[in-house]
Design a protein around this ligand. Structure first.
Ligand SMILES: [Zn+2]
Length: 168
């Protein structure tokens, strides 16, 4: 789910840390005794924690939704749900499709974490559409160099293009 041939190492690393709940989210900083605001900087309505920041937050749901419809019906609400989506596809789908789903997962996690940091440390914020466009660019740039797994199979990039691209 995290470490695979088509991965982007920096995205795999952040996703791995997120799965282990090891990123310095505000709930963790507070539990270490730091006086930090607890609110999520993306939605300003709930406390920031790993499950909220990467799955529960409506902002993240909006980013996810832009990639849903073709292979993923609706945004996963946890890493467990993402794993279920992957294992359901494992039996019936091509290697290319699995790679695309795993890449989307790690690029969304990575871009959401960067957006959160940019809001906190640089006071710069982007819309859900802008973050989705960053995810889209990362995925395309990675997939463009990956050949089809066999002569008969479509390349991961072709598979990805069947996912509706994010709206401009
Ligand atoms: Zn939020």
């Amino acid at each position: 789910m995290v470490w695979f041939k088509e991965e982007i190492p920096r995205c795999s690393f952040i996703t791995w840390m997120a799965m282990l709940s090891r990123l310095p989210t505000r709930d963790r900083l507070a539990s270490w005794g730091l006086a930090v605001p607890l609110q999520c900087v993306l939605c300003s309505t709930e406390f920031e924690s790993h499950p909220h920041l990467f799955f529960g937050c409506p902002y993240v749901g909006a980013v996810w939704s832009r990639f849903c419809g073709h292979v993923i019906a609706s945004p996963p609400l946890s890493f467990q749900e993402a794993a279920v989506i992957l294992s359901n596809h494992q039996v019936v789908s091509s290697a290319s499709l699995l790679a695309v789903i795993k890449l989307l997962l790690q690029c969304i996690i990575y871009c959401v974490w960067r957006e959160r940091n940019s809001r906190i440390f640089r006071r710069e914020s982007s819309s859900e559409a802008a973050v989705a466009a960053r995810v889209d660019r990362l995925v395309r740039d990675r997939l463009i160099s990956i050949p089809p797994p066999s002569d008969a199979a479509p390349s991961p990039l072709l598979v990805y293009f069947r996912i509706p691209p994010p709206d401009p």
